[in-house]
Design a binder for this molecule. Structure first.
Ligand code: SAH
Ligand code: SF4
Length: 371
């Protein structure tokens, strides 16, 4: 039986644990400094904690619940990490050079795309993550660890390649987070929020809430709940169709929460947060790429004062969908812009390494099954 991971606790929970052990109050900040600011890989490295406390901590908590299975780098510097969890399940994270136009402010650093579940229960017809169904929710520490493990990988690489090194031992590679990896984040709401609070806290990951984007396929009650949270997380909706006819065909979730309800929930979010929502729109040949589809999208986006990210589809082995020709993509984009919508046509990042949602894991699981 493996120990629980130390990165699933809030500051208050650590304070309670250390107080129960009779530790002086100042230990709390010392410990959190080692866990987050210094990202210590081992309890023994925490040199200003007494040996007895280190032993007690190491008998109670583990520091690493993810094991790196493979890392793939693509030509555009996107890096994809495949992790094995303590129960053997596989998840993935993707590190993408910061793309200021898409999410958040300009930065010389990177956006990390993290997973929130093993598999996904929502079964969108085009998506690799849903293909093999849902296995389980990630625990808060498994979400937090994706960020820390990438930071540790980055720090180790800097040590081995001095030319890349910065003099600041606390330099970070991850400046922005997008919750767009495997799984439906809002279906794992409590664990997601706890993890994001740890990643957002000044004592923890110290990543600003405005630099964290949560993407959902459209879980209406949870969008409303998120609107009531104090943090200013960004919201992205995987729309992919601006009519019920198109969404019903692609996304079973739309039968439960049709477009009218989804748009109303987004308006509610907008009223409470005053933050621009992003609509993600996959372009699928012959499905949602005609001028009428663009005009329907203009209406929804205008009503929500939303930005639109057009995403050329990344092919999934075994699925029939294709991305439209570049000329069709550009014509679609122009119709949005001439309709007064702020839009981007996303260049595929990491297409050569299966960077889209769930694809690397799917391939590894299939080859593990075969071998
Ligand atoms: N479940 C959430 C977040 C994870 S999916 C959601 O659906 O929003 C993250 C994004 O990747 C979604 O917009 C999803 O539609 C998109 N996506 C899934 N499969 C893709 C593929 N093959 N090519 C490009 N984008 C894909
Ligand atoms: Fe799940 Fe999102 Fe993939 Fe749909 S697109 S199956 S909600 S991960």
């Amino acid at each position: 039986m493996s120990l629980p991971d130390a990165h699933g606790l809030t500051r208050d929970e650590w304070r309670a644990a250390l107080t129960a052990w009779g530790e002086p109050a100042y230990r709390l900040d010392q410990l959190l400094e080692w866990l987050y600011a210094r990202r210590a890989p081992a309890w023994d490295a925490m040199s200003n904690l007494p040996r007895a406390l280190r032993q007690r901590l190491s008998a109670t908590w583990s520091l690493r619940s993810l094991e790196l299975v493979t890392r793939q780098a693509s030509g555009d510097a996107t890096q994809k990490f495949l992790w094995r969890l303590t129960d053997g399940a596989l998840i993935e994270s993707v590190l993408i050079p910061a793309s200021p136009a898409l999410y958040g402010e300009a930065s010389d650093r990177h956006t990390l795309c993290v997973s929130t579940q093993v598999g996904c229960a929502y079964g969108c017809r085009f998506c690799a993550s849903g293909l093999e169904g849902w296995r389980r929710n990630l625990r808060p520490e498994e979400i937090v660890q994706q960020v820390l493990a990438v930071e540790q990988w980055h720090a180790a690489r800097e040590r081995h390649e001095p030319a890349l090194a910065t003099t600041d031992p606390r330099s970070r590679v991850v400046s922005n987070l997008v919750i767009m990896g495997m799984g439906e984040p809002l279906a794992n709401y409590d664990h997601l929020l706890k993890a994001l609070r740890i990643l957002n806290a000044p004592w923890g990951g110290n990543i600003g809430a405005r630099k964290i984007t949560i993407s959902t396929s459209g879980l209406v009650p949870q969008i409303r709940r998120l609107a009531g949270e104090p943090e200013q997380f960004r919201l992205a909706i995987s729309l992919h169709g601006a009519t019920d006819a198109v969404r019903d065909r692609l996304m079973p979730v739309n039968r439960k929460y049709p477009l009218r309800e989804l748009v109303a929930a987004c308006e509610h979010y907008l009223e409470h947060k005053g933050r621009v929502i992003t609509l993600e729109y996959l372009l699928l040949e012959g499905v949602n790429d005609a001028p009428d589809h663009a005009r329907a999208l203009v209406q929804v986006a205008a009503r929500l004062r939303a930005k639109v990210n057009l995403i050329p589809y990344n092919r999934v082995e075994g699925l029939p969908w294709q991305q439209p020709a570049t000329s069709v993509q550009e014509a679609f984009y122009k119709l949005l812009v001439s309709g007064g919508i702020q839009a981007t046509l996303r260049r595929e990042k990491g297409a050569d390494i299966d960077a889209a949602c769930g694809q690397l894991r799917l391939r590894s699981e299939r080859s593990e099954t075969r071998s």
